[in-house]
Design a protein. Structure first.
Length: 189
């Protein structure tokens, strides 16, 4: 049996929460490897992902079009709290079974999407703010398989960019980033 989504989400949160906590207010306007977002917009988007994917784990309906502002007050602490809630939501009995929400996708695939956002956007934010980021190998292994299958549809929906070529010596995470349309060598301007 493959690793539970909740355990993988916990591993990803352990790597991403310190990055979010390390973002300074002065860095919020910095560009990110995810060119549609600056640090503020990407952190806010990732916050929204955490909240919406908790609802999806419980088979509720979400509105990804609604974009409330999450980066107010002690938002870094609230972000960490939301990762705990996300893990708990995906750890609930039956969360990985059947289909979920209006997406009509297998629940495990939806959980993998949350895992991918937490991991890849964690890297985006780390790169944009000059922080280290090394995801857990188990997370990368799972995402390479699931994102490989999702990539064509994700590109069609504008969620992934065109794949970026990488050398034969590229590691598994670099290959995953390239699959999503990111340049693994992206550096802050």
């Amino acid at each position: 049996m493959s690793e539970k989504i909740s355990r993988l989400l916990e591993m990803a949160a352990d790597r991403t929460v310190p990055v979010v906590r390390g973002i300074t207010d002065a860095q919020l306007t910095a560009p990110t490897p995810c060119s549609a977002y600056d640090v503020h917009a990407l952190a806010d988007h990732l916050f929204q992902v955490l909240v919406n994917f908790q609802v999806l784990a419980a088979r509720g309906e979400t509105d990804f079009g609604a974009a409330p502002e999450h980066l107010e007050g002690e938002w870094r602490d609230r972000f960490a709290d939301e990762t705990v809630r996300l893990v708990a939501a995906w750890d609930a009995p039956g969360a990985e079974e059947g289909t979920t929400g209006a997406m009509g996708m297998p629940a495990r695939t939806v959980g993998a999407m949350a895992l991918g956002d937490l991991t890849v956007h964690g890297w985006d934010l780390a790169r944009a703010t000059g922080q280290p980021y090394e995801p857990d190998p188990a997370v990368v292994d799972m995402l390479r398989v699931d994102f490989g299958a999702l990539a064509p549809k994700a590109r069609e929906m504008g969620v992934f960019g065109e794949p970026v070529p990488v050398g034969a010596d590229a590691g598994p995470f670099e290959t995953l980033l390239a699959l999503t349309g990111r340049d693994p060598g992206w550096a802050r301007p």
